[in-house]
Unconditional design. Structure first.
Length: 346
């Protein structure tokens, strides 16, 4: 009996402590603005009570979501008009949904302002001016400017309702194309070809005056060209020359000439290639037989040296014989001269 009483007291204490924890969790969820019943019914959506993750410009965010899980993000918007593009790149799993809003902090499939398409979510952060009252008497003559809305944060959610997914997303900003607001009232204050064109085409009389002025300008230009060209019409000459050059016989002659030149180039190229191949083959043969070439050059040098030595020896022998012959001639001449003197003396 004492054991039963102790067990019953312990159970009551555990039940009370559990009720206190559940009450504290309910208060925390209510303070964060999340439905407790929805969180309990779908535990994967319990992340809705967590903080919204901020995403910076050009920041790569890597996430993995389980099936039917939702992840919320937010991007700070500039004070100037711009285009925000959320690009999602799926690396594994099923492509998720993209929901966006500037009012709802946690957009869903039933509460959103923008929907992603082809893994992209585009938001134009600009208010374009209206052109419905342009041209009316009460309209503002000054052109309206494109301004940015008052919202400063863009909220978007990645919904993995179709299955688990692993992805990377990046937020980029681009410049927005300003619309051209043009009206007759605004044209009066503008300058340029648009206002001038509107003024010229305003009435038939102004149109005729413009055409007459244009004809006069063309005539003066033609006269000036004739004065510069000394009466020769180069335009007509060029047109006639072009007509002759573009006639069928001339075109055929050009094609024939082009074919002949192409054939000549091919022939020259073939001859050059053949000559280069022969020179390359000759260099290869010389390199392969370089030992024989060196031996042949050495034998030729030795032969030239022997020939030079023989020639030098013959020159020396010839000079020696000439010297001996000269001495013999001088001795004979001296003896004859002596005999003639003795005879004269006798």
């Amino acid at each position: 009996r004492e054991a039963d009483v102790e067990l019953t007291a312990h159970e009551k204490e555990a039940s009370a402590r559990l009720r206190d924890e559940i009450a504290a969790a309910e208060k925390q969820l209510l303070a964060s603005g999340v439905d407790y019943n929805n969180s309990v019914a779908n535990p994967l959506h319990a992340d809705a009570g967590s903080r919204i993750r901020p995403v910076k410009q050009d920041e790569d965010v890597l996430e993995t979501l389980k099936m039917r899980e939702i992840k919320n993000f937010k991007v700070a918007l500039p004070t100037r008009p711009a285009v925000l593009t959320i690009t999602l790149t799926k690396s594994a799993g099923v492509a998720p949904f993209l929901w966006g809003s500037t009012q709802t902090k946690r957009p869903t499939n039933t509460d959103n302002e923008f929907k992603g398409k082809e893994d992209k979510l585009v938001y134009e952060h600009a208010i374009t001016p209206s052109t419905e009252n342009d041209g009316e008497e009460g309209a503002d003559p000054e052109p309206k400017k494109v301004v940015a809305p008052s919202c400063r944060e863009f909220y978007f959610a990645v919904d993995a309702s179709r299955g688990e997914v692993t992805f990377k997303l990046v937020a980029t900003f681009g410049s927005i194309k300003m619309p051209d607001v043009f009206s007759p009232k605004v044209a009066k204050t503008r300058h340029g070809w648009e206002a001038r064109l509107a003024e010229v085409t305003k009435t038939a009389q102004t149109r005729e005056e413009f055409e007459e002025k244009l004809q006069a300008m063309q005539l003066r230009r033609k006269q000036k060209l004739e004065e510069v060209s000394r009466g020769q019409n180069f335009l007509e000459k060029n047109q006639m020359r072009l007509a002759l050059e573009t006639s069928p016989p001339q075109r055929l002659a050009k094609l024939q000439k082009r074919a002949i030149l192409a054939s000549h180039r091919r022939e020259v190229t073939s001859q050059t290639r053949q000559r280069l191949d022969e020179e390359k083959e000759l260099r290869h043969v010389e390199w392969m037989s370089r030992a024989d070439n060196k031996r042949r050059e050495r034998e030729e040098q030795e032969l030239r040296r022997a020939t030079e030595l023989q020639t030098e020896a013959r020159h020396k022998a010839w000079l020696s014989s000439m010297v001996i012959f000269r001495e013999d001639c001088d001795g004979t001449l001296d003896g004859a001269t002596l005999g003639v003197g003795q005879a004269e003396t006798g």
